[in-house]
Design a protein around this ligand. Structure first.
Ligand code: GDP
Length: 335
């Protein structure tokens, strides 16, 4: 026990713990011998799978739409650190459900900060901000000082969350930081995102299970990195002596088409023979020239991405090839 009677082991509460980033962050913090508590929404469909893979993690229930539940969760978890990774994550879907997006991705963050202020203002807070806030940026690459011009309800809600995080830092002295995350992918990415959609399709087509992959805008470009690298930046920001905002990016862009070319080439296929463009999959608006300059994270936090684009695509394709081989094998055995 420390002088305050609290355990000297750091306790982190993670919202959105059952998602891609929550899972990588949990594994990182557990490897550092920290205690991890997860906040889950009542009825989270991924809860059981997360629990079976992470028996050391305690879960408490709470909803970003409900202030009282967040206060109660903070009381129950008594964390030193709070990572907010919960969000309505699909940019495309935010156009059809802008109000829920604003409630969860925007005002939900205010509610968490209010819970910190009321329950224990000593908690270090981390907001997962997004490159979508830049939308059409004034400058390329973007830094922490680049003006915001969001191009989606998702991006607009994230701008509010980013500003309210800074506001609680300045108005209430809370150690509240933001990491402005560019797209970050992994084998745990859900198939609603284009990267996993492509790697899964490449693996299925290579296994002879499918022939065609339907995609939207192949010219869209993103600054893609590996989620496992990006959660390290979150941990470094929370542990830093002073709070701040940090662009977390690879600094390089690739198009959806380049992603396809590389993913299909890794299974010995030519994407041009399998990818078909479907105009129904285009979005009403797209961000433009999103590429981040992570220099501040490098100089102040010592963070830099370890995984290259080629390694990321390779890791995702390999995972999906193995997954499909396993599925085929188990269906053969049950026949
Ligand atoms: P986002 O940057 O968070 O929206 O990540 P996504 O992986 O969902 O989308 C990245 C880019 O891929 C966007 O510009 C999409 O328009 C483009 N894209 C092209 N085809 C598809 C598709 O079939 N699904 C998704 N999700 N995105 C696609």
């Amino acid at each position: 026990m420390g002088p305050s009677g609290r355990s000297t082991t750091t306790t982190s509460l993670i919202t959105g713990i059952t998602g891609q980033d929550g899972t990588y962050l949990t594994d990182l913090l557990l490897s550092r011998n920290e205690h991890v508590v997860g906040l889950v929404r009542p009825g989270d469909p991924r809860r059981a799978e997360f629990e079976s893979g992470h028996p050391a993690v305690r879960l408490v229930e709470g909803d970003l739409g409900d202030q009282a539940s967040l206060n109660a969760a903070l009381e129950a978890a008594n964390p030193d650190q709070l990572y907010n990774l919960a969000a309505m994550t699909m940019v495309g879907q935010s156009f059809s459900d802008p109000e829920t997006t604003a409630q969860i991705n925007g005002v939900g963050v205010l509610r968490l900060l209010e819970a910190v202020r009321m329950v224990n203002p000593e908690i270090h807070f981390l907001q997962a901000s997004s490159a979508e806030m830049f939308g059409i940026p004034d400058e390329v690459p973007q830094t922490e000082k680049t003006a915001f011009h969001p191009r989606s309800p998702y991006g607009a809600a994230k701008v509010y969350a980013h500003h309210i995080t800074i506001n609680y830092r300045e108005a209430h002295g809370i150690h509240a930081s933001s990491v402005i995350l560019y797209n970050h992918e992994s084998p745990l990415r859900s198939e609603e995102f284009v990267t996993r959609k492509i790697t899964r399709a490449a693996a299925r087509i290579a296994a002879g299970l499918e022939t065609t992959l339907h995609l939207g805008n192949l010219a869209a470009e993103r600054d893609w990195g590996f989620a496992g690298d990006y959660v390290s930046a979150m941990q470094l920001a929370v542990a830093a002596p002073v709070p701040g905002d940090y662009v977390i990016a690879s600094g390089k862009t690739h198009s959806v088409e380049e992603f396809c070319e590389l993913a299909f080439s890794k299974v010995g296929l030519d994407y041009r023979e399998h990818v078909k463009v479907d105009p129904a999959l285009f979005r009403p608006l797209e961000p433009f020239r999103l590429v981040g300059n992570p220099l501040r994270a490098y100089t102040e936090l010592g963070w830099e991405p370890a995984t290259t684009f080629d390694e990321l695509v390779g890791m995702m394709v390999e995972h999906d090839v193995a997954l499909i081989a396993g599925q085929l094998e188990s269906s053969r055995q049950t026949r």
